[in-house]
Design a protein around this ligand. Structure first.
Ligand code: TXA
Ligand code: MG
Length: 320
C-alpha cells in the first residue's frame, strides 16, 4: 500500500515526530523506538509518568527476535497463534532495546498489531514503533481517530485514520515467571482463549519479578463524569432517582421500565455479546462524558470471557 497518508506518517516518524496509529485494540501514539527525542515527545504529550514503559510494535516475530535473546516456548506458541493480534509479551530485553523505552524494567513489551495500515507503516519505516495508547494519562483510550484528534488537537500529531478499532480494549499482557505463563493485564484476548492454546494460566495482576505491573493503576480509563458501577442496576437507579436535581446517565444491558425522570437510558443490545460491547465501550463512555451528566450509573457484565476485561476497565473508571 502506498497511500499518501502512510507516506506522510512515515515522514513524521523519520523526522522524529509522533503519529497516532490505528490498531485493532485502541489507537496508539507512536514514535521510532530508536529516537530518544521522539519517545520523549510521547511522554510529554501524554503527561505519562516516566516509570511506565512503552510497548514496542513490530511487524513480525523475526523483528521481535532482534530485540530479545530468547523466547520461552509457551510464549512463542502464543505469539504464533495470536499474532498479529491483541497479545503483548514481556520478554527479557537485549542490548538493542534503548533504556528510554523500558525505564528500569529489564523487560521489553512486544506486540504485532493486527491492522493493515500500521503493519504496512512499520514495514516501510524499517524500525519498530514504540506506542502507548493515544490518550492523556488516566483518560479513556481512543478507539476512533476523532477521539485522538479531540485529545491532541493543539499538538503536532499526525493521525493515521484507520477507522474504528475492531476489538476496542487494549491488548492482553503476558509474561513468563517460574516456568509459567502469567497474565499481567486483562485485555482483548480472553483468558479462556489463551487457556485453549497452552492450558491453564494464572492471572494475578502482580508479579514477583516485574517491579511495575502493567496497566494496573487503580484509577485509569476514566471519564470526567463520576462513574458508579453496580450489579443491581434496578436498585441503584431507584436510589439515584431520589436525587432529582442530578442528571444521571444509565448504561445497562437489562430491560428497564419506569425510569426516574432525572435518568437517561443508554442501552447495550445484549448482556452476552461481549465483542460488541468491548468494541463500543470506550467510544460510548467518551460520548456520554461529553453530555454533561452529573453521574453515570453502569451495570456490570457477567464476569467471564471479555466480560472480565470490560468489568476491569469499568472498575477502574469508577475509582475517582
Ligand atoms: O492494545 C494495546 O496494548 C495498546 C496499543 C496501542 O498497542 N497499547 C497500550 O499501551 O495499551 P499502554 O502504554 O497504554 O499500556 C501498556 C502497559 C503499561 O501499563 C506499561 O507500563 C506496561 O504495559 N509495559 C510496557 N512495557 C513494559 C515493560 N517493558 N515492562 C513492564 N511493563 C511494561
Ligand atoms: Mg494506556
Amino acid at each position: 500500500m502506498h497511500t499518501p497518508e502512510i507516506q506522510i506518517a512515515k515522514l513524521y516518524l523519520e523526522n522524529e515526530d509522533v503519529v497516532a496509529i490505528p490498531t485493532e485494540t485502541v489507537y496508539g501514539l507512536a514514535a521510532n523506538m530508536y529516537s530518544e527525542k521522539a519517545v520523549e515527545k510521547i511522554y510529554q504529550l501524554k503527561k505519562r509518568p516516566r516509570n511506565s514503559p512503552l510497548i514496542v510494535h513490530v511487524e513480525s516475530i523475526a523483528q521481535c527476535e532482534q530485540l530479545v535473546n530468547e523466547i520461552p516456548m509457551p510464549l512463542l506458541t502464543l505469539m504464533e497463534h495470536f499474532w498479529p493480534g491483541p497479545l503483548t509479551v514481556l520478554l527479557p530485553k537485549n542490548e538493542r532495546v534503548p533504556q528510554w523505552i523500558t525505564g528500569e524494567s529489564p523487560f521489553v513489551g512486544l506486540r504485532m498489531p493486527n491492522h493493515p495500515l500500521t503493519l504496512d507503516l512499520i514495514h516501510q519505516c524499517g524500525f519498530p514503533l514504540a506506542a502507548p495508547s493515544a490518550n492523556p494519562f488516566s483518560r479513556i483510550s481512543p478507539t476512533t481517530a476523532a477521539m485522538v484528534e479531540h485529545y491532541f488537537k493543539e499538538d503536532d500529531v499526525f493521525v493515521l485514520d484507520g477507522g474504528p478499532c475492531v476489538s476496542g480494549l487494549e491488548s492482553t499482557i503476558v509474561g513468563y515467571e517460574n516456568n509459567r505463563v502469567k497474565v499481567y493485564r486483562l485485555g482483548s484476548l480472553s483468558l479462556e482463549a489463551i487457556t485453549e492454546v497452552i492450558g491453564d494460566v494464572s492471572y494475578e495482576g502482580k508479579s514477583d519479578k516485574i517491579f511495575f505491573t502493567p496497566g494496573r493503576y487503580p484509577k485509569h480509563y476514566a471519564p470526567n463524569t463520576p462513574v458508579f458501577l453496580t450489579e443491581n442496576i434496578k436498585e441503584t437507579i431507584q436510589t439515584f432517582g431520589l436525587y432529582k436535581s442530578q442528571k444521571i446517565a444509565v448504561l445497562t444491558h437489562s430491560r428497564i421500565e419506569n425510569l426516574p425522570e432525572n435518568c437517561s437510558l443508554f442501552n447495550w443490545e445484549s448482556s452476552t455479546d461481549f465483542e460488541n460491547a468491548a468494541q463500543k465501550l470506550y467510544a460510548k463512555l467518551f460520548a456520554i462524558d461529553q453530555m454533561q451528566f452529573d453521574g453515570m450509573v453502569i451495570e456490570k457484565f457477567p464476569d467471564e470471557g471479555l466480560g472480565k476485561t470490560i468489568n476491569d476497565r469499568l472498575q477502574r473508571a469508577s475509582n475517582q
